[in-house]
Design a binder for this molecule. Structure first.
Ligand SMILES: Nc1ncnc2c1ncn2[C@@H]1O[C@H](COP(=O)(O)OP(=O)(O)OP(=O)(O)O)[C@@H](O)[C@H]1O
Length: 756
């Protein structure tokens, strides 16, 4: 079944070896290869050069995939520093992920030779920098905590135990989503409660709450305030609040940031936009780059309008268009262009291929998912036998579950691979435990204490922890302080509580000035944690802890300045799974399309391209469908040399028949080679399925006619008041006078306006 891959590759790609270098191809624009004054930046095309040298004012680059946006951004930074003499510390460059920020830092260090790379960061990371300097403005210490999902879950556990809630009331995942929606949409003023309300009042609000949602929400705010903690959502909100309340602090940052640049501007949300506008408000140098066709975070509040209307929002905007794609073969470009042009809500723009080398763009239709996975494994093997490194291949999918058959096939075929999903590196127990030890030493906060007090076993079980909790509450102190103050109590006889206190005290007094990697190594050794892992015989966990030590060591060496423990802890709290991507290992990468944003790979396998997977079966609107198509576009434009689109017949895990994705049929079929073509009958069934789902979506398109607080009349339940809207379910949540509990009523249902 691999004949197509192997024969085509044998003939067209492998003949030239694996050193396929985009830059070795002809550049399509004769104006290319222009040099900057002083030859700082060779081989940029005219538009890139303009983007690099147009340093003053408001500049917008609208560019296609693979046209060198990120490259232009990097070169611009270097130009500002090397040619114009701007200090790196006066430049803010915002990227979408930590990984992109790290890459940019590396590239800029290579270009400028300077260790000071200024503020190259994600939005969240930059906000942490602001807060580390100015959190006093909201009466938070510099040592505030940044919470990740596992920390939030730990807080939820405390709330659930305290208020007798169970997962049946709400799972932690749902509770986290709910908190996020409350913060972003339903109660955007929440930060006033968090920042301005005294802890005791917040606690009262929590204790008086009766509705499950309120209990969880106020319990979460109370816990956050108690630990001086912020979650990701709070970071930008709090910084904006500080800027609003303290013009002196705002002006300090505005003056400091002489140049502000933002990558991936198509995926910016309202708060991020506000922050960037404020920051650029003094020097008025704001440079943004984005591709409207790659907006894939609308579901998280991204709004492409900020890019499209940039020229209306700011004065004298200079717009630069970049359409020459340096990344992909003409075949991949043909696939990408013909796919994305089916979106109706877009500015028409075609990518132009600069490369002249050819490569395969294959559609493989398999009988079953297992066959599909096997075909991919055989394809990978064939490419590898032909000289392509494993790490130059990636398998992309819409949703994590799609990776399972491919993983199994790779295991069977003994293909080295790494999955960027499942339990993220920084979410693993041993990593969280190790970091909790570091945090306990730095902050003695309750979250870290609860996590590791009894890990390894110190005989500090539930009864003793409850004792500490009561004491801490009665004396308004932390759990660790409670332990220090009651250490001689009878209850701690026959425990190792004294050793724990001694450990924390010892490290608390000695961590400053020591490298963090060294502190961690000593801490997990002296706490007995490493020994416990050894006794457990868990080599994988030990390896992961070793990996953590190594990553801290590398962070210290790459940072350019002295890394304090607090600095490291806030940095690590913002890391996600995608950041653990280890490029050095020769393994095929498996990841979601969202995780692949901004990356490129010589060979891309896009699997599970079935209707219901991509586009997702959760797609309910035309806009949603267009976002799914953009997602497919992002996936195909990651490929440099080879693109393999695969799907399988059979049945989905819900039992419905599977059809090839509509996006496969959107593609100009002349741009594809078929390894195994679906039959005409299969294709006509697929078309019927698209039509049925379009009809269903049109039915759902009914909009909400009522708002929260409105009175309505239902033909069976009578009068009710709308409590809120569930946009996802397209339903009102209504409290009917005749019913004790609320009901979700579809937007489509016939409701009349009722009397207030
Ligand atoms: N002027 C140029 N000449 C040759 N190669 C270039 C040029 N500009 C960029 N490239 C190469 O093209 C590829 C894509 O560049 P880059 O990643 O900067 O694009 P991008 O627009 O940010 O992509 P995307 O939005 O799809 O993530 C990279 O391999 C880069 O090295």
């Amino acid at each position: 079944m691999t004949y197509l891959i192997s024969s085509r590759l044998g003939g067209e790609l492998l003949g030239r070896g694996s050193g396929l270098d985009a830059e070795a191809d002809d550049a399509c624009d004769p104006r290319a290869r222009t040099s900057l004054p002083g030859d700082a930046v060779p081989t940029l095309n005219a538009e890139q050069l303009e983007a690099v040298t147009a340093t003053e004012g408001y500049v917008r680059v609208i560019a296609g995939a693979g046209t060198g946006k990120t490259r232009a951004l990097t070169e611009r930074f270097a130009y500002l520093v090397n040619d114009l003499g701007i200090m790196p510390g006066n430049i803010l460059c915002v990227t979408f992920t930590n990984k992109a920020a790290n890459e940019m830092r590396h590239r800029i260090r290579a270009l400028t030779g300077d260790n000071d790379t200024g503020f190259i960061n994600t939005f969240h990371g930059f906000c942490v920098s602001v807060l580390q300097e100015d959190s006093h403005a909201v009466q938070y210490p510099k040592s505030f905590l940044v919470l990740d999902n596992a920390d939030i879950d730990q807080m939820l556990q405390i709330i659930y135990d305290d208020r007798g809630l169970t997962l049946r009331d709400m799972t932690f995942g749902r509770a986290r989503d709910m908190i996020e929606i409350m913060k972003l949409k339903e109660r955007p003023d929440y930060y006033r409660d968090l920042l301005a309300m005294p802890l005791a009042s917040l606690r009262e609000k929590y204790e008086q709450a009766t509705d499950v949602r309120d209990i969880i929400f106020y319990g979460h705010l109370y816990q956050e305030k108690k630990c001086f903690a912020f979650d990701y959502n709070d970071l930008i909100v709090v910084v904006l609040y500080i800027f609003g309340q303290h013009p002196d602090i705002r002006l300090k940052w505005q003056k400091r940031l002489e140049y502000v640049m933002v990558d991936e501007f198509q995926d910016i949300d309202k708060l991020q936009y506000e922050l960037m506008s404020v920051l650029a408000g003094y020097h008025k140098n704001l440079f943004v780059v984005g591709d409207p066709d790659q907006t894939i975070y609308t579901w998280r509040g991204a709004d492409v309008r900020f890019l499209l209307d940039f020229d209306k929002a700011f004065p004298d905007v200079r717009t630069i268009m970049m359409l020459e794609n340096y990344r992909s073969t003409p075949e991949v470009i043909a696939v990408a262009n013909s796919l994305i042009e089916k979106n109706r809500q877009r500015i028409p723009k075609d990518l132009r291929a600069c490369r002249t080398q050819h490569g395969p763009t294959v559609w493989h239709h398999a009988k079953t998912s297992d066959d599909e996975a096997k075909w991919i494994a055989e394809g990978v093997r064939a490419l590898h036998d032909g000289g392509i490194r494993y790490r130059d291949m990636v398998v992309l999918y819409r949703a994590h579950y799609a990776s399972r058959p491919v993983e199994e096939a790779f295991l069977k075929a003994e293909i080295p691979h790494a999955v960027y999903s499942g339990v993220p590196f920084y979410g693993r127990k041993e990593i969280k435990d190790s970091l909790a030890y570091l945090r306990l030493v730095a902050y003695q906060d309750d979250l870290s204490f609860t996590r590791v007090a009894n890990v390894p076993k110190r005989n500090l079980g539930q009864r003793r922890m409850a004792f500490l909790k009561d004491y801490a509450e009665a004396h308004a102190c932390s759990l660790f302080q409670a332990l220090e103050q009651t250490i001689e109590d009878e209850i701690f006889k026959r425990t190792k509580a004294k050793q724990l206190v001694a450990l924390v005290r010892k490290f608390r007094g000695s961590f400053e000035g020591r490298p963090v990697s060294e502190v961690l190594a000593a801490l997990i050794n002296e706490s007995g944690y490493e020994h416990a892992l050894r006794t457990e015989g868990s080599q994988e966990r030990l390896d992961n802890v070793a990996e953590l030590k190594q990553s801290i060591y590398e962070f210290e060496n790459s940072c350019g300045e002295e890394v304090t423990l607090e600095h490291y802890l806030s940095h690590v709290a913002l890391l996600t799974n995608a950041d653990a991507l280890d490029e050095a290992q020769d393994k095929v990468r498996l990841m979601t399309i969202h995780a692949a944003k901004g990356l490129e790979f010589p060979h891309v396998f896009l699997c599970s391209l079935s209707e219901g997977v991509l586009p997702s079966r959760k797609t309910k609107t035309l806009e949603g469908m267009e976002e799914e198509r953009r997602l497919a576009f992002v996936a195909v434009t990651r490929a440099r040399d080879g693109l393999y689109l695969t799907e399988a017949a059979g049945f989905s895990h819900e039992g419905s028949p599977r059809h090839p994705s509509r996006f496969l049929l959107d593609i100009d079929q002349r741009a594809l080679q078929f390894s195994n073509k679906p039959s005409d009958e299969e294709l006509s069934c697929a078309r019927a399925a698209y039509a049925a789902s379009d009809k269903w979506m049109a039915g759902l398109a009914a909009d909400a006619r009522f708002s929260p607080g409105d009175c309505v009349l239902h033909k069976a339940f009578g009068r009710g008041v709308i409590e809120r809207l569930d946009e996802e379910k397209r339903a009102y949540i209504v409290h009917f006078d005749s019913l004790d509990t609320p009901r979700a009523i579809s937007f489509r249902a016939k409701l009349d306006a009722g009397d207030a």
